[in-house]
Design a protein around this ligand. Sequence first.
Ligand code: GLU
Length: 504
Amino acid sequence: MDERKVRVRFAPSPTGPLHIGGVRTALYNYLFARQHGGELVFRIEDTDSTRFVPGAEEYILESFRWLGIQFDEGVSFGGNHGPYRQSERRDIYKQYVRQLLDEGKAYIAFDTPEELNRKREEIQNFQYDAHTRGTMRNSLTLGEDETRRLIDAGEQYVVRFKIEPGEEVHVDDIIRGDVKVMSDILDDKVLYKSADELPTYHLANIVDDHLMEITHVIRGEEWLPSAPLHVLLYRAFGWADTMPQFAHLPLLLKPDGKGKLSKRDGDRLGFPVFPLEWHGADGTVSSGYRESGYLPEAVINFLALLGWNPGTDQEILSMDELIAQFDLAKCSKSGAKFDYIKGQWFNREYILMTDNKVLAPQFDAILRANGIEAPIERVEAVVGMMKMKKINFIKELWPLCDFFFTAPAEYPLDDKFVRKNWKEGTAAEMKELAALLEGLDDFSVEGQRAAIDQWAETTGRKPWNAWRVCLVGAGKGPDMYELAAFLGKEETLRRMKAAIAALP
Ligand code: GLU
């Protein structure tokens, strides 16, 4: 059956910032589309106007731009299956609601919220279905003429899907296999509301997946309970032959304890649950992966392995490797623990692999926030010298690297390193070293190494720690020749003189 070109979609509702679980769903869709030479559609499911949040759509698009997840079609991308915003497709849905009504597969119901509540109080576990619909106020009980009269009189109504009991519904799920459900447990779902002339999620979702020629529906586990209803809708429309294959991804779980990952876990343990920082209408700010200093490639790699793995020891996978190796059928059924510490580890690994030119702007921003303006090549050089010092984030470089840009203000003798390495005779030794450096024509790392290693060897001196005290004021930093070469002869000598004058 599936000779069709692979077409998948990511279909968020613009109800706020995109949760990190949604990012993983989009990523899996992207990997699947790419590895099959297929297409990925970006659809906005905004039929619930009460939950619409301004700015959410832009936020979602910006998140994917940052992460490098590209869409082939959809809102803001164009394509032949538009419009891609459901609120712009009202007329299309109306036509399909009409089809179901005409064929007797759906009916009109007038029950008010009050009437429904009364029923719920009356009957325990009330469900609007084959057993109860005969006692309700709908076109099946009222008849055609009365139904027409009520509509003409302006009464609001909904359209409900007529689900026949006693049928075994099968959801063919790539990850979960054959999921069986008896139709009896399903209720006659509302498909359309006259009040806002809009379909509900279920109808719009199925109609769009069909019209947009979607072949695979890859989405979060939270949608699994809706899948049997979706299967029945495809059949009711006569689209069973082109019904997409389903794949319901495992939940993301709390890093500790049981249950679904929530924003509160992020707040409690200090990690973002959104790709980008989000500014809520109430003035609250939620942290994002981008603003927290994560590299997009690290986030992609981390998320890709939450629910799937390549079956080898390989943990670092580029987007191209993920596209080649990803296997939807090998995703796990059970939830994936959101190990945010592992996410930090990925960031460290990606910092080491990333070109210093790409990293420098991040550190430059931190330097500026600390009142330091330096040419970007110098920032880049420092990142290159220091990024292997076990940092998870570029921002951790600042306390490790301040001395590159500012001379030590003091040489604290209560510091173990300073005390240990500044003794009687050290000042004289540093004077000697300074004289030697002053006479050097070649102040490069190699030039210094040649001269000073030789001097140290012939005199039996080990000047490096005291020299570090002079240039850094503490026991941290890179190789001394690298540091001195970076500072240059003038600044190196200036710092040495200052230390000799200040220390006993
Ligand atoms: N609009 C739904 C969401 O916000 C889409 C669910 C689906 O992919 O079918 O996740």
